[in-house]
Design a protein around this ligand. Structure first.
Ligand SMILES: *Cc1c(COP(=O)(O)O)cnc(C)c1O
Length: 377
């Protein structure tokens, strides 16, 4: 969303080069929408989506908790004012010495998805609470998370029993339905799996307390997406269906849905050209590409809305590419992007919905281009 504050910032500051501008008012609105949609769930913001200190401070002040993937992210959340009890170490792939460092910082909640990881946590953070991540099929997600994280539900039972045997607190089950999940019913099947794990554990005398329902809440790119309210209703319905009157403590971990629509990238057209005199389409090159922060255009998965000052002119599809000397640095080619025919070198473009997964994906100096600058206003 290109808010009046963002336009005003760009017009008065005129920052040089590509940059992301994040409007904190939108982040605040998003947080409130999540809290309103799922009032009984604790919100753990997925720090990796955008760890700008201003965002973390705002969310900490609003009462958010934080899902961190590394010790560095844990330290950022602590610096922003979160207490250790409000932080989860949610990565299932951790070095044992990082678990020990997190434990030393006071973190008591860890994700696992294997016996091997349970052993590490038991050694490095004795007595901690653990939740086991289960696989989901990711169907319906525009940015699916594949099979990298989680184990099958039957194995989650064994992993949590093992954690209990090693003196940890087997605390719950987690899943992530896949990022940019546009299907409201995606949580239903995952919650059914979670419930089965609860039942199996109860049979062995272990009472799980928590379901971590992960992220996946979408940002509006070109197509409309259901509101936070609609997700809240679907998820609450699924919780009631599977857990009845015994709904456990629940967590959600929005990343994209918290910050995606709060950011806009200002970029510039560097070149408009063709590959032959009778080429049927133009190539438009921007001063930002896959290595400058737009990594989620990989496989043309995420299609960002792009605005220009010439949008009332006639449009034609073009290949859109970044500025680096790597042939992978093409944003949209299979599915070309309509831009004004009058678009010309030096024009500014605004790439909307870029508050999440951009600065954190930007390379440090590939081809000598600086990492994506960010202004949080
Ligand atoms: C990345 C991540 C999230 C955030 O996912 P979004 O789809 O951006 O909401 C939440 N939880 C975990 C464990 C993650 O790795």
């Amino acid at each position: 969303m290109t808010t009046a504050r963002i336009i005003d910032f760009l017009n008065t500051r005129r920052p040089e080069g590509p940059c992301l501008v994040v409007d904190l008012d939108i982040v605040r609105d998003n947080f409130k929408a999540f809290r309103h949609a799922l009032p009984d769930s604790a919100i753990y913001y997925a720090v990796k989506a955008n760890p700008a200190p201003e965002i973390l401070r705002l969310l900490a002040g609003l009462g958010s908790n934080f899902d961190c993937a590394s010790v560095a992210e844990i330290e950022m959340a602590l610096d922003a004012g979160a207490t250790p009890s409000r932080i989860s170490y949610g990565n299932t792939i951790k070095k044992e010495r990082d678990i020990a460092r997190a434990h030393g910082l006071g973190i008591t909640l860890f994700a696992v998805d294997s016996h091997e990881e349970v052993e590490k946590v038991a050694r490095a953070a004795p007595g901690a609470r653990v939740f086991c991540r289960v696989l989901t099929d990711g169907e319906g997600a525009e940015w699916p998370l594949s099979r990298k994280f989680g184990c099958v539900p039957q194995m989650a039972v064994d992993v949590l029993v093992y954690a209990h045997q090693l003196g940890l607190v087997s605390y719950g089950v987690s899943f992530h339905v896949g990022s940019q999940m546009t299907k409201l019913d995606a949580w239903d099947a995952a919650l059914a799996d979670a419930k089965r794990v609860f039942v199996q554990l109860a049979k062995q005398g272990i009472e799980l307390k928590m379901v971590n329902m992960g992220g996946g809440f979408p940002t509006k790119y070109l197509r409309d997406v259901p509101s936070a309210e609609a997700y809240g209703q679907a998820i609450f319905g699924a919780l009631k269906k599977h857990f009845g009157n015994n709904i456990p403590e629940t967590i959600i971990e929005p990343g994209r849905g918290m910050v995606g629509n709060a950011g806009v990238i200002k970029a510039e057209v560097v070149l408009v050209s063709k590959k032959s005199d009778n080429d049927s389409h133009r190539w438009v090159f921007l001063d930002i590409g896959k290595f400058g922060g737009l990594a989620e255009t990989m496989d043309e998965a995420i299609r960002y809305p792009i605005r220009t000052a010439r949008d009332t002119d006639a449009m034609e599809p073009c290949v859109l590419a970044g500025p680096t000397c790597d042939s992978a640095d093409v944003l949209y080619e299979k599915n070309m992007y309509p831009l004004p025919i009058s678009l010309t070198i030096g024009d500014e473009v605004l790439i909307e919905g870029t508050g999440a997964y951009t600065t954190t994906y930007s390379a440090v100096a590939f081809n000598g281009f600086e990492p994506l600058k960010a202004y949080v206003i």
